[in-house]
Design a protein around this ligand. Structure first.
Ligand SMILES: *[C@@H]1O[C@H](CO)[C@@H](O)[C@H](O)[C@H]1NC(C)=O
Ligand SMILES: *[C@@H]1O[C@H](CO)[C@@H](O)[C@H](O)[C@H]1NC(C)=O
Ligand SMILES: *[C@@H]1O[C@H](CO)[C@@H](O)[C@H](O)[C@H]1NC(C)=O
Length: 519
């Protein structure tokens, strides 16, 4: 994921120039013919599209806010995955059938209804994948009972949920996990977040079954939430029209992050977006909230603060009966190698975000690059049979800057280790602990697949060969002894609407019937 933005910058710039020229061309034509957008035009657009390509939008988030400080009361926020990026082969279609610039939405309550149009914005800033993420928000009426998306030949009712109104200081949004075996890494992260005052909201596609059971216990104990992350699918739509398996960036990570931002928009003071192997530990204050507040105080209104990532190696016990966080902390070794970082936001100052940061800075807001602290990125985690280090020695891992600074104090390490022991003593967790995997298999396949099919092209400069890193980038040969729990849901087939057909999934749950896959 890192390097994606840096190395393909030139390609993006080129694509943007091309798009700008096309846009200029269309605008000039529109001006010279004196066209303005009216409802008739929308219908005409639909008619054109009926003969051209079809737009397919999958709703990944649909939140209705009875009260919202930043979106306005009775606001709806939608995140959609839509096949807006054209196949480079038929860019000309753009001129023949311009895309609609708004979504038309109808809301009803017990006594009245309203039809509104909502302009949408692009979340995905590049054109490498054809199915991209977009965001739209609009104010509706009070006590909404039903919401429908309108097309020129009909409409479709869509589901919606309320965002969280449970007050929290900090929410950590963990990017979707798939075929995950990294239970040691999870324990480190979840205990650190608890210690320093954050709630973990983890998006899950699939993981080894015992690891899934462990997460569910931590959820029961109030440390975190497991949020099912369902695949984008358009039942009945040919791949040539919209291909959600090959043409969505990184299992729709940007949409998951935006979902998390929207879900906690009204309830969290701060939201941050981290991968499971990114460990952020406060350095200039005793808690996350105090550190973030300190960094934001006295500055102009910030859309986000940006923490760099420093790579570390970690060594962990493969056997869960020998696992300790104390030893894991002690094993951390800095690689003196930096990667693209992650952001922390005040959710009132941002409406949507891409994988590393938002595609644009909202009007009048600024960003701040944090120099006071970094994210500890567990780049490689080695599983060993035994760790040399004796049980009694306590090593405080070093901060990356070659000073005498530590990432975490021995006092905090001991208190985190104590909390782990307290959890392991719980009978249900003890039972699961004994089943945690002592070998890793899918972890290695993922690393190899991403290097072979993705990063290799960045590092060798073969940018033209980069394909969309879609969910099907990596196929996995199953392992006879390793079983996964995987998300599933009901994907509803829809009647074609013009100009856009809207799809969604309902009844998401986890099952052991699917296997270890990335989507
Ligand atoms: C329906 O919405 C309108 C406009 O917001 C509001 O005045 C009315 O009270 C609502 N009706 C109900 C039953 O809530
Ligand atoms: C978020 O959306 C609301 C409603 O459209 C808008 O008023 C606000 O300025 C947006 N916030 C940012 C940071 O763009
Ligand atoms: C710290 O030392 C390592 C090697 O000893 C070096 O590669 C790295 O650049 C140094 N880092 C800083 C921030 O000075």
């Amino acid at each position: 994921m890192r390097g994606f933005c840096r190395r393909t910058k030139k390609v993006f710039v080129l694509v943007f120039i091309v798009l700008f020229v096309v846009w200029l061309f269309v605008t000039i034509i529109e001006f010279s013919f004196g066209l303005t957008v009216t409802t008739d035009d929308l219908i005409a657009t639909g008619k054109t599209l009926r003969n051209g390509r079809q737009l397919k939008a999958f709703i990944t988030s649909s939140y209705y806010y009875p009260i919202s400080k930043s979106l306005g009361d009775n606001a709806l926020a939608l995140v959609l995955s839509i096949n807006l990026v054209r196949n480079p082969a038929n860019q000309l279609e753009h001129i023949l059938s311009p895309d609609p610039s708004e979504l038309i939405i109808m809301a009803q309550n017990a006594s009245s209804s309203v039809i509104v149009s909502a302009p949408y914005v692009r979340v995905t800033p590049h054109e490498v994948c054809q199915v991209i993420t977009i965001f739209a928000t609009v104010q509706l009426i009070s006590n909404v009972k039903s919401i429908s998306m309108l097309g020129d030949n009909g409409m479709a009712e869509i589901p919606f949920t309320m965002p969280s109104y449970t007050k929290r200081d900090v929410v950590v949004c963990t990017s979707p996990l798939f075929v995950s075996e990294q239970w040691q890494n999870f324990l480190l992260a979840v205990h650190i977040y608890r210690k320093f005052g954050a709630h973990m909201n983890l998006y899950l596609i699939s993981s080894v079954t015992s690891f899934y059971e462990l997460m569910k216990e931590y959820e029961r104990e109030g440390y975190m939430t497991v949020q099912p992350w369902v695949k984008v699918d358009f039942p009945g739509v040919p791949k040539t029209t919209a291909d959600p398996f090959n043409q969505i960036e990184f299992r729709n990570q940007a949409a998951s992050q935006t979902d998390c931002l929207l879900q906690f928009k009204e309830s969290a003071r701060f939201v941050t977006f981290l991968d499971l192997d990114d460990v952020l530990i406060p350095k200039i204050a005793p808690t996350y909230a105090e550190e973030f507040q300190k960094l934001m105080d006295g500055k102009k209104k910030l859309a986000y603060i940006f923490y760099h990532k420093e790579n570390y190696d970690a060594v962990v016990a493969r056997d869960s009966s020998r696992f300790s966080l104390k030893k894991m902390f002690g094993s951390l070794e800095c690689k003196h190698n930096r990667e693209t970082g992650k952001i922390v936001v005040d959710p009132r100052n941002l409406n949507y975000t891409w994988i590393h940061f938002p595609p644009i800075l909202p009007n009048g807001l600024e960003k701040y690059e944090v120099t006071e602290n970094v994210i500890t990125h567990l780049k490689t985690i080695v599983w060993t049979d035994d760790q040399e280090q004796s049980r009694r020695i306590l090593i405080e891992p070093l901060y990356f800057d070659n000073s005498t600074a530590k990432i975490i104090s021995s006092k905090d390490i001991l208190s985190i280790e104590k909390d782990l022991r307290r959890m392991i003593r719980k009978p249900r967790i003890r039972k699961i602990f004994a089943k945690l995997p002592n070998i890793h298999y899918f972890t290695d396949l993922v690393v190899k697949c991403y290097n072979d099919r993705y990063y290799r092209y960045h590092y060798s400069g073969r940018l033209g060969d980069i394909k969309c890193p879609g969910p099907q980038l990596c196929g996995f040969i199953q392992h006879p002894k390793i079983k996964c729990t995987h998300v599933t849901a009901t994907h509803i087939p829809m009647e074609t609407l013009y100009p856009i057909t809207y799809y969604y999934a309902t009844d998401a749950y986890f099952t052991s019937d699917i296997g270890c896959y990335a989507h």
